[in-house]
Design a protein around this ligand. Structure first.
Ligand code: ADP
Ligand code: MG
Length: 632
């Protein structure tokens, strides 16, 4: 595989040729920008000396405010003040049902897949909102460095998927920034502590911010960080500490929990200030203005704070245990624990983390800034400011690698631009009852249909024990080693039978061809989507037909009268005809729904008659369900 060279060999790092670059931590609550100046990475302040930029954007009819001013205006102008762009970016309208309801914004469900928020300044997408934040930080870097940036590194959570990453890049492009690359937040934190220059080993990154908690297990392998496992809670953070303290303060001050919003906001502010102050002292004095006039004075001790937040901290520790398990390592195998996020200033948090891992976590670098600092170090390297021997060669797989699934669709297993070495696995299942072999077709490319991708290899997995359709579990593992060699293995989980093949994916592909394939995938994106959906719906229709036919063969005569049987047969015939002929995925989908409705009585009867195993290992009502492991 071609090594993607980021900087020209021999490009000098002479001071007058120093290329300007910055690292940006685009956070949920707060964002920062950092840069390397005379070998030191540091975050950059705004004109008022503030390093942290609240990730809040307020739209009014004639201008856009970003940061502290927008944050302060949020309570009085909630509809036009967007503070959760990172939770929304790269998500489709459909994904937002769960989060969208909690947010005060007015979402517009236009036909576009991207959610839009209505504001007085017009409709905005999360990408545009993020671009506003990036613009401010990019400009801050330009002002402070006194020249144009050659590029930036932007950090994203390790769990961000392709769409979320792509959307983040789009935001940067909108902001006029050239993105050298996106960097995982935990990796950035590890780079900030120089762990990439140390010995190979496994590290844990504990990131407790304002509204989110993330923990990642990284393995450094020949200078490349691999994410072994990540986990977290997208609605647990310092804000919950504030809530707990505020509830206690309300009680102490003799106020009920349902005070007016203004008072609640005030108490929350005091709670947060008290919590933060307790990182540096044993007790703090608190004063609250009472809604009925006058004020309440009291104090909060660190011990009291600990008791209020212990449960929340314990939740994060349990998540750490689970992620360690996912990564297959024990707590004492962890070399270093890096603390990230403002809430790790809390001493109780540090204590509990130290207890779990049996070592003191790294806290020397400001936990608010550590991600931005790591990003800046990486940006500096990518800009080519390091002497030749430190030149970073980024090794990535240039095109997605995947397998062919039913109906000639590609299922991507390793997305393009994944840093190698990497291994990813996915489970597939059989399509037919008794299927004993499976053809694995390995393909490369970005297009949805196999016909438009490049075929790399074919092999067969034989000896799958006979089972009903959908019961076999075949784990297909793609592993690309540091030299770009791809090894694909398919293993049936119960019997352990396996087969594998080794291929050299980039063989014979020039850079131009890679570019052409990428361009084609962009040009055809819309048509491909429809083609993909049509194939998916048709495959689903066939599956439903097959399952229903099998069910009828088992107990159709027993459970259905002649007339009822005719209803089911007609429904089957109708769906089969549509699946054969229709070119419109929506029509096929509607026909499947119709059949489900027409045959509901039969499904219910089967349930009631207790023949739960008729579909051989499946619940009977599953036969018409939309969610099934990928048919293969
Ligand atoms: P995010 O990653 O979500 O953007 P940050 O990493 O900036 O968030 O963390 C913000 C959180 O850190 C807030 O809840 C804030 O109260 C908390 N925090 C900041 N300083 C302290 C402190 N001294 N003690 C405890 N919590 C703190
Ligand atoms: Mg953060």
């Amino acid at each position: 595989m071609a090594l993607l060279q980021i900087a020209e060999p021999g490009q000098s790092a002479a001071p007058h040729q120093h290329r300007l670059a910055a690292g940006i931590d685009l956070g949920t609550t707060n964002s920062l920008v950092a840069t390397v100046r005379s070998t030191q990475a540091e975050t950059l302040p705004d004109m008022e000396g503030r390093h942290i930029l609240p990730s809040v954007v307020r739209y009014s009819s004639d201008n856009v405010e970003v940061g502290e001013a927008a944050r302060l205006a949020a309570p009085s102008d909630p509809l036009n003040t967007i503070s959760s762009a990172k939770r929304l970016i790269g998500r489709a309208i459909g994904d937002l049902k769960s989060i969208g309801d909690e947010l005060p914004y007015e979402f517009i469900s236009a036909d576009s897949a991207v959610p839009r928020i209505r504001t007085v300044a017009g409709d905005v997408t999360p990408i545009e909102v993020s671009a506003e934040i990036l613009k401010v930080l990019g400009q801050r870097a330009v002002d402070s460095l006194g020249g144009e940036l050659s590029g930036v590194v932007i950090t994203v959570p390790a769990y961000f998927d392709d769409a979320q990453r792509q959307a983040t890049k789009d935001a940067a492009r909108l902001a006029g920034l050239h993105v050298f690359r996106l960097l995982n937040e935990p990796t950035a934190a590890a780079v900030a502590y120089g762990l990439d220059r140390g010995a190979d080993g496994v590290h844990a990154i504990y990131d407790l911010g304002g509204g989110t908690f993330d923990v990642s297990i990284l393995r450094l392998n020949k200078g490349v960080f691999e994410v072994m496992a990540t986990g977290g809670d997208s609605s647990l953070g310092g804000d919950d500490f504030d809530d707990a303290v505020a509830a206690w303060l309300l009680e102490q001050a003799g106020l009920s929990a349902d005070v007016d919003r203004g008072t609640l906001r005030h108490v929350l502010d005091r709670a947060r200030a008290a919590k933060e102050a307790l990182a540096g002292s044993e007790t703090v004095e608190v004063e609250i203005d009472l809604p009925q006039g006058g004020s309440w004075h009291g104090s909060l001790s660190r011990e009291q704070l600990d008791s209020l937040i212990d449960l929340l901290i314990r939740k994060t520790i349990n998540t750490c245990r689970r992620v360690l398990r996912d990564a297959g390592v024990s707590a004492d195998e962890i070399e270093d624990v890096v603390m990230v996020g403002g809430s790790t200033r809390n001493l109780r948090v540090r204590e509990k983390v130290a207890e779990l891992f049996g070592r003191e976590p790294l806290v020397d670098i400001d936990p608010d800034r550590v991600v931005a600092i790591g990003a800046a170090i990486q940006a500096d390297v990518l800009a080519g400011n390091k002497p030749g021997d430190e030149m970073l060669l980024l090794d990535v797989n240039p095109l997605s690698l995947g397998v062919e699934t039913m109906g000639g669709l590609t299922e991507k297993i390793i997305p393009r631009n994944t840093t190698i070495p990497v291994a990813r696995a996915q489970e597939f299942t059989t399509f037919k009852d008794g299927q004993s072999a499976m053809a694995i077709h390995v393909v490369q490319g970005e297009r949805e249909l196999v016909a438009d991708c490049r075929s790399l290899a074919r092999f067969e997995l034989r000896g799958i024990p006979p089972m009903v359709a959908g019961a076999a579990r075949i784990r297909v593992t793609f592993a690309v080693d540091a030299d770009g060699l791809l090894q694909v293995e398919a293993r049936e989980q119960t019997s352990g039978v396996s087969a594998s093949v080794e291929v050299k994916p980039s063989y014979g592909l020039t850079d131009d061809e890679v570019m052409d394939m990428l361009q084609a995938s962009i040009d055809h994106a819309q048509g491909d989507m429809v083609a993909r959906r049509l194939v998916e719906e048709t495959v689903e229709a066939r599956r439903v037909i097959e399952a229903l036919t099998a069910a009828l063969a088992t107990d159709g005569d027993e459970l259905l009268s002649t007339e009822e049987r005719k209803v089911v047969d007609d429904a089957l015939g109708n769906l089969a005809a549509i699946a054969d002929q229709s070119k419109d995925p929506k029509i096929v989908e509607a026909a499947i729904k119709q059949l489900e409705k027409d045959c509901e009585f039969y499904v219910e009867r089967r349930m009631n008659s207790g023949i739960r195993k008729a579909m051989a290992g499946h619940r009977v009502d599953e036969f018409a369900s939309q969610e099934d492991p990928e048919a293969k």
